[in-house]
Design a binder for this molecule. Structure first.
Ligand SMILES: [Zn+2]
Ligand SMILES: [Zn+2]
Length: 271
């Protein structure tokens, strides 16, 4: 049984209003033993001066939180687009002794919006193939940068494509995906199974089973699981689905991080 949710947002994230104390009490109510608060720090927004407060606010909230007995709290960060400015990324990560760093790719360039805001309904097949190819190549740059612990929600833009693209057929990009997953495995980094798509209409995790299985085939060992909760009631959501996928892909343990160190936890509760 998975009892750790390593992707949760607090009110320090622009898109959440949840106080840290409510995150922690919800984690206890959901029988979790570990949780990571991973507020957004988007490099592109930070560069514009819009996010100067967020990273500091998130840290201050975590520092002042009263941690319930029996719950381990990782002080994390979801660092968006680190390769837009790797020097800034390094400076942000060195500002505090984070326990856990998620790396994300929410947009293709600093001149383009988050995939969330793009309407793909009238895009041609070829244009979508090219767009997703560019996405995976940008993710590969992040993986090669290697300054993080877990790669968040691989296939994120697929959430926003027309539904015919959600069948788990990644053949047009399999070569670059294999390089992404192989590099991740070789570097000993984690692949995140993000469960938010299940409750948001996508009907599956990001990534889904074919890519989780491929990560295993390419030597991947570390998996983190995250709900990407932005509200207290979403904390710990669908961890059982992630557990089923992990078993089907051949994983028997997931990974938690404290002080940036991976700790393997057996799905069956045997450490
Ligand atoms: Zn994200
Ligand atoms: Zn997130």
């Amino acid at each position: 049984m998975i009892t750790a949710d390593l992707h949760v947002h607090s009110m320090a994230s622009e898109d959440s209003e949840t106080p840290v104390c409510e995150i922690l009490s919800s984690a206890v109510n959901h029988h979790l033993r570990a949780i990571a608060v991973t507020d957004h720090v988007e490099l592109v927004d930070f560069q514009k001066g819009a996010y100067d407060v967020a990273a500091e606010e998130s840290w201050a909230l975590l520092e002042s939180a009263a941690v319930p007995h029996g719950l381990r709290v990782a002080r994390g960060i979801e660092l968006g687009e680190p390769c837009f400015d790797t020097a800034l990324a390094a400076r942000l990560l060195s500002a505090h002794p984070y326990d856990f760093v998620l790396a994300s790719q929410h947009r293709l360039s600093d001149a383009l919006p988050d995939y969330y805001f793009i309407d793909y309904s009238d895009w041609t097949h070829d244009a979508i193939v090219r767009e997703m190819d560019a996405y995976f190549r940008e993710v590969l740059r992040v993986v090669q940068w290697n300054g993080f612990d877990s790669l968040a929600h691989l296939t994120y833009p697929f959430r926003y494509l027309p539904s015919c693209w959600r069948e788990g057929d990644y053949r047009p990009w399999q070569s670059v995906i294999d390089t992404v997953l192989g590099t991740l495995a070789e570097n000993g980094k984690a692949l995140e199974i993000n469960t938010s798509g299940i409750r948001k209409g996508l009907g599956q995790t990001s990534p889904d089973l074919p890519l989780i299985r491929r990560f295993r085939e390419l030597g991947g060992v570390c998996i983190t699981v995250g709900s990407d909760a932005h509200r207290p009631d979403e904390i710990g959501a669908d961890l059982a689905v992630a557990e089923t996928l992990m078993r089907e892909a051949g994983f028997s343990a997931y990974t938690v991080y404290f002080d940036r160190q991976p700790q393997s936890v057996s799905i069956d509760g045997i450490d």
